[in-house]
Write a protein that binds this ligand. Structure first.
Ligand code: PMT
Length: 223
């Protein structure tokens, strides 16, 4: 029953992060935000109270601007999510957050030198892991995994490590994952049961994810 989502407070992360080396250069990835925004829009349509913490994206969207908190770096994304942790009902971590950030973010543009340069990286805080540590009994979390090898094992390990209730697995293949309008997913729950879906538009994939969320609350009755 979609009405189960009515007034549920839901936090979604979407898009990439940018980890700056200097004022004009950064390390990032190819996340477009399409998947996360499609989930946010689907949940919003069902009357949920949805907040979207978004990395820098250039897509067009119909999600209300006043419910978007824009963040660039992983640290900014974490700072934007933190105030929601105590009161949210459901968190969906769809963002492709950088695991590492340059140790130094120079104030001025790095000058070209004769020889090669080395960049030292430090670990970023893991937003989903931090939420997983303090999650209350009634709070649910949905994670994503984008793996290139040992897909199932790595995805299941992430589900456990980050204490997700559900994890959505997708791949960086053509027409799937980053950037495309379509995606092909598997959803794995805490009992490690797995449901595979066909290649679909990201809007349809978002509906499948919403149905899986509803099913967590009411396993027998899905509208
Ligand atoms: O934006 P699109 O172009 O539509 O592409 C969608 C997508 C491919 C980015 C999306 O479907 C997806 O798979 N997002 C997760 C990408 C990923 O690489 O996740 P991960 O395996 O690095 O991280 C696992 C989980 O922890 C994810 O839920 C992630 O959001 C979360 N995480 C990771 C690191 C970090 N520092 N903080 C986090 O919250």
């Amino acid at each position: 029953m979609k009405s189960l989502l009515q007034n549920k407070k839901i936090l979604i992360t979407a898009g990439p992060t940018r980890e700056y080396l200097d004022p004009v250069r950064f390390i990032s990835n190819e996340s477009s935000g399409k998947m996360g925004y499609a989930i946010a829009e689907a949940l919003h349509q069902f009357g949920a109270d949805v907040y979207l913490v978004s990395g820098p994206v250039t897509i067009s969207y119909s999600f209300p601007e006043e419910k978007i908190i824009h963040a660039k770096s992983a640290k900014q994304m974490y700072d934007a999510c933190l105030p929601f942790f105590d009161t949210l009902d459901i968190a969906v971590f769809c963002a492709a957050v950088a695991d590492y950030t340059p140790k130094t973010n120079y104030n001025q543009k790095i000058k070209k030198i004769e020889n090669e340069i080395a960049i030292e990286f430090v670990k970023n805080i893991d937003i989903a892991f931090e939420f997983g540590k303090i999650k209350k009994q009634h709070q649910k979390s949905v994670g994503f995994a984008l793996e290139t090898n040992n897909v199932l094992d790595n995805t299941k390990a992430k589900l456990k490590k980050k204490n997700f209730d559900l994890i959505v697995s997708n791949s960086p293949n053509k027409d799937e994952g980053f950037g495309y309008d379509t995606n092909k997913i598997c959803i794995i729950d805490q009992k490690l049961s797995l449901k595979s879906f066909q290649l679909k538009s990201k809007q349809e994939v978002a509906q499948d994810i919403v149905n899986a969320i509803i099913e967590m609350y009411n396993p027998v009755e899905i509208a």
